[in-house]
Design a protein around this ligand. Structure first.
Ligand SMILES: Nc1nc2c(ncn2[C@@H]2O[C@H](COP(=O)(O)OP(=O)(O)OP(=O)(O)O)[C@@H](O)[C@H]2O)c(=O)[nH]1
Ligand SMILES: [Mg+2]
Length: 629
């Protein structure tokens, strides 16, 4: 057993009076083991909405928010990544420790600490109290999940615990707000404090554990029993054969639902956009402004917005997986499979979250202790099919593949095609990981340790808030990046404007640019319109839809038939297939490039990654265009 460097200075707590005559807001840090409910408490105190989910390692950087005390004083609350000890092994733990010890220039040193522990798992969590109390900063020990403790038959003598630790303690339920006034009392400096206690100096892990065991024993701690259905669910989800099968079924069900339920809602949104577009067209006087608004903005941005229900449905499923506690189980069964490509189960959670978006996924690799594993995960994450690819796939598939069932109502041809594309991205990631892990990023196998969270029913409120936030993100993208690109596109489509008339599309500036790059993309089966789409998709993948929506929308021939039909008529099946493959492999996302640069500390890795993914996209699309003609 290695030496526990955190426990070396447990010299007792000094109870410092929390300053009352504050001019600048005082900083208070939230620290504790992963998944103990720090962010839930942070959100409650500050009224903010940082991400909360039911698996360890959700928060990977510090977040600051303001909390107002009943007397009107303001406090700066700092939410931190979860830690098991104060000797950091991963990037996120390092950040937590640096903030706590005042070593980060961007965050003030905390003058008080809220140590958040899971009251249902005190045997392990209490070990962190020793090194934290040894810091000598006024600390409130917050035992969270009071509801779980109570409901599952656990018990603890709070006054005894407080005496044993020589620090104030509070039992709360951060989710519902029960007992939260004890936290504000502490922050306001009105909470009674126990006599300071001389804590023993602990040298190593077994001693820390023994100390935590003794303290919880003195506090008559009775841990709650895991409900019977937790064990039953685990027997299925963690089963070597059933586990992966369940996971596969979950994935297929998600996509089948996305296709079957989202279609009518997509049509409904489409109908709304068409009607409102017609109305706008009828009230505006004919002219350039009308053309910009109706043909440019309405058609372009509108053709992206119709995919909102589908994207939300995907996020609904991801939210349920994350909040229920299933995700950590899936990571555990994935560990064996991940080992085959040289990665570990810890990489699974970032990779799975990359199905939503690669940017937070790449940030969440901070929880991976092994640096080479972490870099390999960063490099393959953009191959996972992010939600921005979903509308592109959905549109092209719907334009070219008939809506026929393969396995009764369970699997349709379109779902199979969609799944195929997800698998294609996944395979590219797996092969790349294998190559990286057996060459430049070779490392020994790291042990996979992940605490299994309790199963919880996702709450309507938490899922509702997630979807609301996602809609905001989606619409903001549509209203900023995509809107800007559509306006620029419309302008370039109207240059040169002569004799009060726009040019023929092919001769416009946009058309000229498209036709200039056409020779380079012709071998992939793409015409100049798709070429313009590919250029604009560098800003954001789904922009290609807005671009094609605007280009085809300006063409009187295809104006009435809608985008799907226009694409069907204009592209060959080979070209369509090539376009899908291109989107599966290409790194068309500026934010991803920026975050890879930040996380790897330079341009070397993102440049190599961009080059590799672009080459793969071109080669893959070339092959695809020649397989299907
Ligand atoms: N039953 C119950 N669940 C809670 C309570 N507080 C938080 N949770 C749930 O516990 C899970 C973890 O909450 P978070 O706030 O994300 O935990 P965290 O400590 O910030 O986790 P990391 O950022 O991963 O370190 C979520 O599913 C919350 O809804 C509580 O008092 N009772
Ligand atoms: Mg958190």
């Amino acid at each position: 057993m290695s030496e526990c460097s955190d426990c070396h200075a447990c010299g007792g707590t000094t109870v410092v009076e929390f300053p009352r005559s504050a001019t600048a807001p005082k900083a208070v840090a939230l620290i504790g083991p992963p998944n103990s409910g720090k962010t839930t408490l942070f959100n409650r105190l500050t009224g903010l909405r940082q991400k909360v989910a039911n698996f360890p390692g959700v928060t990977v950087e510090q977040h600051t928010g303001m909390a107002e005390l009943p007397d009107g004083r303001l406090l700066r609350i700092i939410d931190l990544p979860g830690v098991y000890s104060l000797s950091p092994r991963s990037e996120d733990e390092q950040i937590a420790r640096d903030v706590l010890t005042g070593q980060r220039a961007d965050t003030p040193k905390p003058e008080a600490i809220l140590l958040v522990l899971d009251s249902t798992n005190l045997g392990r969590h209490l070990m962190l109290a020793a090194p934290i109390l040894a810091l000598g900063v006024p600390t409130l020990i917050v035992l969270n999940m009071a509801d779980d403790l109570r409901n599952r038959g656990g018990r603890i003598d709070m006054p005894a615990l407080s005496r044993e630790l020589g620090a104030p303690v509070a039992l709360i339920n951060a989710r519902q707000g029960e007992g939260i006034e004890q936290v504000t009392d502490f922050l306001a400096g009105v909470m009674p404090k126990p006599a300071p206690k001389e804590l023993p100096i602990l040298q190593d892990v077994p001693k820390c554990r023994a100390w935590a065991g003794r303290v919880s024993g003195q506090a008559a701690y009775r841990p709650p029993i895991a409900p019977k259905w937790t064990r039953r669910l685990d027997a299925v989800f963690l089963h070597p054969v059933l586990g992966p099968l369940v996971f596969l079924c979950v994935v297929v069900a998600v996509f089948q639902t996305i296709f079957s339920i989202a279609d009518p809602s997509k049509d409904a949104v489409d109908w709304l956009i068409r009607i409102s577009g017609k109305w706008v067209a009828s009230v505006l006087p004919a002219g350039l402004w009308k053309s910009l608004l109706v043909d440019g903005v309405w058609k372009g941005v509108g053709s992206v917005i119709v995919f909102l229900p589908q994207v939300l449905l995907l996020f609904l499923f991801i939210g349920i997986l994350e909040d229920s506690g299933y995700l950590a189980r899936a990571a555990l069964i994935a560990d064996r499979t991940m080992a085959k490509v040289g990665l570990q189960g810890k990489s699974f959670i970032p990779l799975l979250s990359a199905y939503a978006c690669a940017v937070p996924a790449i940030m969440s690799t901070r929880t991976i202790e092994n640096k080479r594993d972490r870099f390999a995960t960063i490099l393959i994450a953009p191959f996972m099919t992010c939600s921005a690819r979903l509308p592109v796939y959905s549109l092209i598939i719907a334009a070219f593949i008939p809506d026929r069932h393969i396995v009764g109502r369970l699997l349709s041809q379109r779902t199979a095609a969609m799944l195929g594309l997800y698998i294609l991205g996944f395979l590219a990631a797996v092969v790349t990981a294998r190559v990286l892990k057996s060459s430049i990023l070779k490392s020994g196998r790291s042990p996979f340790l992940l605490e299994m969270p309790s199963y919880r029913w996702p709450t309507w409120q938490s899922i509702g808030l997630r979807l609301f936030d996602r809609s905001k993100v989606f619409l903001r993208r549509a209203g900023t990046v995509i809107l800007l690109v559509t306006v620029l596109l419309w302008i370039t489509m109207n240059i040169p404007y002569a004799h009060g008339k726009p040019p023929v599309l092919e001769n416009s500036l946009a058309g000229t640019i498209g036709r200039t790059i056409e020779p380079a993309i012709k071998p992939l089966g793409f015409n100049w319109k798709v070429g313009i789409g590919l250029l604009t998709a560098v800003a954001a993948r789904e922009t290609i839809i807005a671009t094609l929506g605007t280009i085809y929308g300006m063409d009187p021939k295809t104006q009435e038939d809608g985008l799907q039909k226009a694409i069907h008529d204009d592209l060959t099946p080979g070209g369509a297939f090539a376009l899908l493959v291109f989107f599966a492999f290409a790194m068309q996302c500026i934010s991803t490039i920026a975050v890879v640069r930040r996380e790897t500390g330079g341009w070397k890795w993102p440049a190599a990654q961009f080059g590799y993914m672009s080459a793969l996209a071109y080669a893959g699309a070339f092959l695809a265009a020649h397989v299907i003609r």
